[in-house]
Unconditional design. Structure first.
Ligand SMILES: C[S@@+](CC[C@H](N)C(=O)[O-])C[C@H]1O[C@@H](n2cnc3c(N)ncnc32)[C@H](O)[C@@H]1O
Length: 306
């Protein structure tokens, strides 16, 4: 069937056409069929992801063709995210191990990390940072890699996710400055205070969860589901964060589409909604002073849902 296909570019094009025809959902690592296909084909051929375009005309051996087609078939038949098929994902310019123990890294917070959190942290001094709900460890490990002076803690409730995070700490060689901690949000972090807390917690509403495309079914539901309005975790984080921040501390949390529900629940809180290259992505920043000033309202809303 694929006898007419010969070159790397041929197979990239073929994969993209198959993905498009199958109506796959993109967005776990790449937002379109061509980029996904490129990644998959280059991975199967053991070639670098930034291969010079001239090699696109190189022809594949019969064995290589079989390896590429196997991966393309699996992506179409199983609807598995590419990162789980290849075992790797790129985040903030770094390569991470990725498998079904944790969500595929894709948070827009990568852009903030690569920009050194400028301008948000320009006037602030960071020594200790926390990545709460760390999953694969991607956010905290990238922070440690991009900011060599920071001490970073990674916390998650899932043993599976933490095992993967530990592998990624080793893979990125940041073990001297990064701790991996099992914790139900802040429960095991008593007495710890951070200059920066970053979190991409679960924030998918129940209604959204049941309608998610099959790609998401391969990810742990523990990393997605967050109650009727998607705010179960964000509200607990808002309520408890001030006890774990230095006086000048900053909290950055991703809530995605649940942004609207959060603003409706807490209209008096001055959330700074961060602008990314592609626009707003439901990521807010608050400093400790704002959290303390509105602590009563935040606690009341958080307590109301038990
Ligand atoms: C949306 S995923 C984010 C993972 C990672 N930060 C990323 O950006 O790819 C949310 C993570 O929260 C973790 N989680 C769920 N409930 C938690 C809890 N009560 N305390 C700590 N982590 C929790 C899940 O195990 C999952 O790894």
């Amino acid at each position: 069937m694929t006898i007419e296909l010969a070159t790397i570019v041929d197979f990239i094009r073929y994969g993209a056409s198959r993905f498009g025809a199958a109506g796959l959902t993109f967005g776990h690592s790449y937002d379109n069929a061509l980029d996904e296909s490129t990644h998959l084909v280059l991975h199967a051929l053991h070639l670098p992801h930034d291969l010079a375009p001239a090699y696109g005309q190189a022809r594949l051996t019969a064995a290589e063709k079989r390896a590429v087609i196997t991966l393309i078939d699996r992506r179409v038949d199983e609807h598995k995210p590419v990162a789980y098929l290849t075992g790797e994902a790129w985040f903030a310019g770094l390569k991470f191990k990725s498998d079904m123990r944790a969500l595929v890294p894709r948070s827009p917070i990568a852009e903030l990390i690569q920009a050194g959190f400028s301008p948000w942290l320009d006037e602030r001094h960071v020594e200790r940072a926390l990545d709460l709900c760390t999953g694969s460890g991607c956010i905290g490990i990238a922070m440690a890699a991009h900011s060599p002076d920071w001490q970073v803690d990674l916390a998650d409730i899932s043993d599976d996710a933490l095992a993967l995070a530990r592998e990624n700490v080793e893979f990125q060689d940041v073990g001297e400055r990064v701790r991996v901690i099992c914790s139900d949000l802040f429960a095991s972090l008593a007495g710890e205070r951070y200059d920066l807390i970053v979190s991409n917690p679960p924030y998918v509403t129940e209604q959204e969860f049941v309608a998610l495309p099959p790609e998401y079914g391969h990810e742990p539901a523990l990393g997605l589901r967050a109650g009727d309005d998607g705010l179960d975790f964000a509200l607990r984080i808002l309520a408890a964060a001030p006890d774990h921040m230095g006086d000048d501390g900053v909290l950055i949390v991703e809530v995605g589409e649940s942004e609207r529900a959060l603003v409706e629940l807490l209209p008096q809180v001055p959330f700074n909604w961060i602008e990314f290259n592609v626009g707003q992505m439901g990521v807010f920043l608050l400093d400790r002073r704002d959290l303390v000033e509105h602590a009563d309202a935040i606690r009341a809303v958080a307590k109301a849902r038990g």
